[in-house]
Design a protein around this ligand. Sequence first.
Ligand code: ADP
Ligand code: TRP
Length: 336
Amino acid sequence: MAATKTYLTGVKPTGEPHLGNYLGALKPALEAAREYDAYYFIADYHALTTVRDPEVMRHNVRSVAATWLACGLDPERTVIYRQSDIPETFELTWILSCVTAKGLMNRAHAYKAVRDRNAAAGNADLDAGVNMGLFNYPILMAVDILIMETDLVPVGRDQAQHVEYAADIAGSFNHLFGDGYTFRIPQGVFPEGDASVLPGIDGRKMSKSYDNHIPLFLPENKLKKLIRRIPTDSTPVEAPKDPDSSVVFQLLTHFADADQVAATRKRLEAGGMGWGELKNELFEAINAEVAPMRERYEQLMAPDSELDDILAEGARRARERARRVLAQVRAAIGID
Ligand code: ADP
Ligand code: TRP
């Protein structure tokens, strides 16, 4: 039997997760974790390129970890850790910087996007607002992946280039120093199709950047209020309605079981069911799924919870692997 593949992903602690992140990323990743040797980490040093408030950083790091755990990550099976707890990462970042062409970094999408924005704004300095962390971001990400000998990296499509860069950078090192150590070449794993895209309260894809999202762990009363605020048309209660043109109904299809969805569809089409009642149904369906996780999340976020011990244990396990890889790399380059 082939050895279990190593499956690794990182999440930047830049804000509270929403229902789209839950259905599109968290839930599938937790299901996959059961079949692989899985490593999930919080990319706090990546977030430092934008997060400048220490309290926000502290809060968000714990919040990401608590979210994974509350959603069902089993820390016995899956290694969960903070990137910053693995100092070997930063040593390897220097080493791999020395085998990475600057031109490769110049072509990175995130960096190029800032330059394009500056050009469009008529700014003569195309690098305005670019810090070296943003520029070097892909190398640090490559190291996150390579130092754990990762086979598979589940990420959104927007991260595809970063995973390709990790493979490229590994290739450059292997070409130069492959007699001493060869990095495993990682592959991205991407979500398929649009079927899994959850709409936001305005009908566009749910996204923090559209401000149309429903936070995953919103307190119950706020969740109810937010759902009440989803815009609907003024069709009277008795009139037949088209379920497929209603965002509330679309959201319901992601949280209620198939029988309930079919029954609700019939009632809307027949007339007699108002938007208010549909919204109540949606609230109940979402709340039934998130309430137990919300409670666990709040326990974990308490200052003296077991969260910090879980992260410390994850770091210990991740570091064993990182130390072993770094030692081999150092020997291969002649710095040992
Ligand atoms: P946002 O658009 O809110 O900034 P991110 O781009 O940070 O979200 O997405 C993080 C992860 O959550 C990605 O893997 C992405 O595919 C998933 N995701 C985000 N929004 C949705 C959505 N509306 N439906 C399904 N998955 C989503
Ligand atoms: N860049 C990723 C994002 O913005 C986060 C990340 C950092 C990551 N290091 C990683 C993802 C390594 C996968 C593997 O979403």
